[in-house]
Design a protein around this ligand. Structure first.
Ligand SMILES: Nc1ncnc2c1ncn2[C@@H]1O[C@H](COP(=O)(O)OP(=O)(O)OP(=O)(O)O)[C@@H](O)[C@H]1O
Ligand SMILES: [Mg+2]
Length: 452
């Protein structure tokens, strides 16, 4: 979760030398420095420490992170002279953002670009990346499930209108793919499809990404288009809108209703013609009840709703999509796998697929890399699939498999033990996880020839 958030923040900028995140008490809980050659500070030595212990010259008044924790307001492109506890000095340009859960400040994150002492880079600012106009690839929606077939028909119909669409589906159910497909089937298809994940992006940053900035609106700000302007005439896909800060949701609602935006720092309104497609990964009504989604915004963006079922509820699709991905990877990797063996089919049917279609696709890709056969077998599947509670209470049909019941039970036992060994540091801990004695575990490790 934290890792993907950091990755997302970093992906927004052209160039970042360091990123640090603190909790509400100023304790560093994440740090990464990409230029340790010029500023020798490693994450291991700073994580868990108070920010002012790492930078002894900082205090509540001059630390940008502590100021942001107090005010809840972002600081953009501020130059700071930093001296760390090893007496190494650097000048850096920082942008610092509050992290909020609802309206509560829970921490702050800072991205920095160093002013290189040797190269004397001048006028340095943290610049947001220009967005590619259209990265969308048109994927075919593959399905053999009655419910999905009617969703496909619905998509063809709704593509033709300009009404906003809200897609609701759990992770990996195909939300982005559906959004792209709506765009490609619409009259806007020759114009851009722009996608932005809104999860946990501090609202000051998200506002400048969506609406753009006016030169001089804050230190280092340039005249810059936001995504509404970039997507003009096309579609803007706002993913995980239920994770957007509530204050930002109000600004978004205004922009959608008036079909105009104002760049940050500007008083001038700019007309935009954008179709909004949004997505949520939890029930919108639940998000509204928990005050994560504004009700008025929901009614505005949810004029048309598409609810994507989980893969476990599309039983026909598991086999159908497996065959599709097998064909796809055969082409891509130059292999000639003919399908899944019966025991794999059984497992796929009863597995709960928490990661939905993305998980199925990844499992098939990984099996392609492992297999020596022309058919994918249990040995080619990742171990965790056996340790996750299965969705169905069906008794495995041993008749379908070439293996006997004791053999299948042994396979299952082996995979659980391998999981425990891989996820603990020693045998004592693994035996505790499995709730058996060390001796019993040692015996099973040699029986199954599992290396610690
Ligand atoms: N019906 C389908 N046919 C073929 N491929 C599909 C289908 N649905 C999803 N996929 C593939 O599964 C993967 C996940 O889909 P997508 O990224 O659209 O899901 P998502 O709901 O946006 O996931 P997340 O919530 O994690 O962002 C993609 O590689 C996509 O191409
Ligand atoms: Mg997505």
């Amino acid at each position: 979760m934290l890792q993907s958030y950091i990755k997302q923040i970093l992906s927004l900028y052209n160039y970042v030398d360091a990123i640090v995140m603190v909790d509400i008490n100023g304790i560093i809980n994440y740090s990464d420095n990409f230029r340790t050659n010029i500023y020798n500070l490693y994450s291991e030595e700073v994580i868990g420490k108070y920010i002012c212990d790492i930078y002894p010259e900082l205090n509540e008044n001059n630390s940008s992170l502590l100021r942001v924790l107090k005010s809840g307001k972002a600081i953009l492109n501020e130059t700071q002279h930093l001296v760390n506890y090893k007496h190494i000095e650097i000048d850096a340009v920082n942008s610092t953002f509050p992290l909020k859960s609802g309206d509560k400040i829970i921490g702050a994150v800072e991205v920095s670009a160093y002013i290189d002492p040797e190269k004397q880079r001048k006028n340095i600012t943290l610049q947001l990346k220009e967005r590619d106009k259209d990265k969308s690839k048109y994927y075919n929606i593959i399905t053999n499930d009655a419910n999905m077939v009617s969703i496909k028909k619905k998509i063809l119909k709704i593509s033709k209108s300009d009404s906003p669409i809200l897609i609701y589906g759990h992770t990996g159910t195909g939300k982005e793919m559906i959004a792209q497909s709506i765009h490609k089937n619409s009259t806007r298809s020759s114009k851009p499809f722009i996608s932005q994940n809104c999860a946990a992006i501090p609202s000051t940053l998200l506002e400048s990404i969506l609406f753009g900035t006016l030169k001089g609106s804050y230190t280092g700000a340039e005249n810059r288009k936001g995504l509404f302007e970039t997507a003009d005439g096309g579609s803007l896909f706002l993913d995980e809108i239920n994770s957007m800060e509530i204050s930002m949701q109000a600004k978004l609602l205004k922009a959608i209703e008036n079909q105009e935006i104002r760049r940050v720092g500007s008083t001038e309104s700019i007309k935009v013609n954008v179709r909004i497609i949004s997505a949520v990964n939890e029930s919108p009504l639940k998000s509204i009840a928990e005050n994560k989604l504004r009700e008025d915004l929901f009614y505005r963006i949810g004029v048309i709703q598409v609810n994507l079922p989980d893969l476990k509820d599309r039983k026909n699709d598991i086999k159908f999509l497996s065959d599709h991905f097998i064909k796809q990877y055969n082409n891509k990797m130059g292999k000639s796998i003919i399908g899944l063996d019966d025991s794999v089919k059984k497992i796929f049917k009863s597995y709960s697929w928490p990661g939905n279609i993305r998980e199925l696709k990844n499992i098939i890709e990984s099996a392609f890399n492992l297999t020596y056969n022309h058919i994918l077998t249990i040995e080619d599947l990742p171990d965790y699939i056996f340790s996750v509670k299965s969705d169905s209470h069906e008794i495995p049909d041993v008749i379908m498999s070439e293996k006997s019941l004791p053999e299948l039970i042994e396979d299952y036992e082996k995979s659980i033990i391998e999981y425990a060994i891989e996820n603990t540091v020693n045998i004592t801990e693994a035996s505790k996880m499995l709730k058996i004695s060390r001796q019993a575990l040692n015996y099973k490790l040699s029986k199954y020839n599992i290396q610690k």
